[in-house]
Design a binder for this molecule. Structure first.
Ligand code: SF4
Length: 250
């Protein structure tokens, strides 16, 4: 067998395994391809020119920064009571992973399992995120995972604009300290908050945006995949896009 055939076979095997790991019931035989870095004009301007903008409450200017390490930052804010969620939380959920990660995943808020354990994405959705990471040959130890809100909204309700406004500066500081080369926003709420838009997730995914100067891709939240298996195909396409750009940056 030629080297080229062996490479192709390996890529196909990986693509099939990844989709099985994702729980897909239909295989898409288009292997992950390495691609040239996207042209600069593919990345949107600092704030995307969507036809609809998010409410002004989401336009908070990040606060001046003062921390040298993530741990300093975490210790300084872990008793935060700036919004009402501080009083109802069990555990403050800062973030997890490689503090110098090139790739950062950002969700909306901790759920019940995260609130109990103090780590983002540890419930069923988190386990699916681990499988998604494995599908693109990454682990949670290699990337960094955080949420916009650091405390759980009661009953897993959606984060409120005022809560996100008050908490958003913490995420900005995490991004400044970690300096990721790529960000992946998980789900509609995280995507719309990061990109300051009300455009539906379906129109935001599969192309590059920018958050805090970092190229940012949007995909479905793993919890949505647990409810709607049909989203897995699009998520796999998004992950291939993410992986290709990640590989091209090495
Ligand atoms: S959600 Fe954010 S702003 Fe609200 S109390 Fe928790 S850390 Fe503070």
């Amino acid at each position: 067998m030629s080297d080229k055939s062996a490479d192709l076979r390996l890529l196909l095997q990986r693509a099939i395994k990844a989709q099985i790991d994702l729980g897909m019931d239909e295989l898409i035989l288009t292997p992950i391809k390495e691609s040239a870095p996207p042209r600069p004009d593919v990345v949107a301007d600092k704030w995307p020119t969507d036809e609809t903008k998010a409410p002004e409450v989401m336009m908070e200017t990040p606060p001046l920064t003062q921390f040298e390490t993530l741990e300093d930052h975490r210790l300084a804010i872990c008793d935060c009571q700036k919004c009402s969620l501080g009083a109802s939380r069990n555990k403050f959920v800062y973030g997890v992973g490689n503090t110098q990660a090139d790739l950062m995943f950002i969700g909306e808020a901790p759920g019940a399992d995260e609130d109990r354990i103090g780590e983002p994405f540890v419930g069923r959705a988190g386990q699916l995120l681990d499988r998604i990471l494995a599908a693109i040959e990454l682990s949670r130890q290699e990337v960094y995972i955080a949420n916009i809100l650091k405390c759980r909204p009661p009953g897993n309700r959606d984060p409120q604009p005022d809560e996100m406004e008050l908490c958003f500066g913490y995420l900005h500081e995490q991004v400044r300290l970690i300096k990721p080369k790529l960000i992946c926003a998980l789900g509609r709420i995280a995507a719309q908050a990061l990109l300051k838009t009300t455009t539906p997730l379906g129109k935001l995914r599969s192309r590059w945006h920018e958050f805090s100067g970092v190229p940012t891709l949007v995909t479905y939240h793993p919890a949505a995949l647990l409810r709607f298996a049909s989203y897995k195909r699009d998520t796999w396409e998004d992950m291939k896009l993410l992986k290709a750009r990640y590989e091209s940056m090495k």
